[in-house]
Design a protein around this ligand. Structure first.
Ligand SMILES: N[C@@H](CCC(=O)N[C@@H](CS)C(=O)NCC(=O)O)C(=O)O
Length: 204
């Protein structure tokens, strides 16, 4: 199949990152919702063939599968315009923010959200306090990285913003309080002239 097909689910911040990047770039694409709460073997056969770990996101580009949200974002940043990645400085900025996000916020907030989910397996004693301590550090680093600019790529958002937004969009669902800078950035992200509601990014 030619064109772009994104497998994802509205509960996956990793998949939301990629969906937002495609929207920001104005890239025509199809989406297919994969039930990440269902047993892996019950998922769409074409998806299972494309995504070896049965994880979303998986982005098909002209029939070729791409997995790992950070790797996909870096690919899209170079491939498409409007994502802040079409020059060396923009890609350097993207790599710096994406690797930080994957190591820090992308490890911390999803676990805090999962810890609060009804029916989730309980985390070991002390794990939530440890994650919350990490998030407090991440929140300060968010402020430092964003600085005085409206977006991580400057005046307009790019793949670094998509990466950070994936889970920061749910900071309150994770039981955490955003910094003032984070709250203002979230408002700017929500007010972008593209769809950002997870349920609408991956319609059933
Ligand atoms: N490091 C991966 C994480 C992907 C991931 O953990 N996906 C989750 C949803 S957020 C998933 O597909 N879970 C379903 C499963 O593992 O069965 C990325 O950045 O894409």
């Amino acid at each position: 199949m030619s064109g772009f097909l994104l497998y994802g689910h509205p509960d996956s911040g990793h998949a939301c990152k990629v969906a937002l990047a495609l929207r920001l770039a104005g890239q025509a694409h199809e989406t297919k919702r994969i039930d990440i709460w269902a047993p892996r073997e019950t998922r769409d056969a074409a998806f299972l063939a494309a995504s070896p770990a049965a994880e979303v996101p998986c982005l098909m580009i002209d029939g070729a599968p791409h997995v790992q949200s950070g790797a996909i974002l870096l690919d899209l940043g170079e491939r498409l315009t409007g994502l802040g990645g079409n020059n060396a400085a923009g890609m350097r900025r993207a790599r710096e923010v994406l690797f930080w996000e994957a190591n820090r916020i992308g490890m911390c907030l999803p676990q805090l959200i999962e810890a609060r989910r009804t029916g989730a397996a309980p985390l070991p004693p002390g794990a939530v306090a440890w994650l919350e301590g990490r998030f407090a550090v991440d929140r300060d680093r968010f402020d430092l990285l964003l600085g005085d600019a409206p977006f991580f790529h400057g005046d307009a958002p790019g793949i670094a913003d998509c990466a950070v937004w994936g889970y920061v969009q749910w900071v309150e669902k994770a039981g955490q309080t955003p910094s003032a800078a984070m709250a203002a950035w979230l408002t700017r992200m929500r007010d972008l002239p593209v769809e950002t509601r997870p349920e609408a990014l991956f319609p059933a």
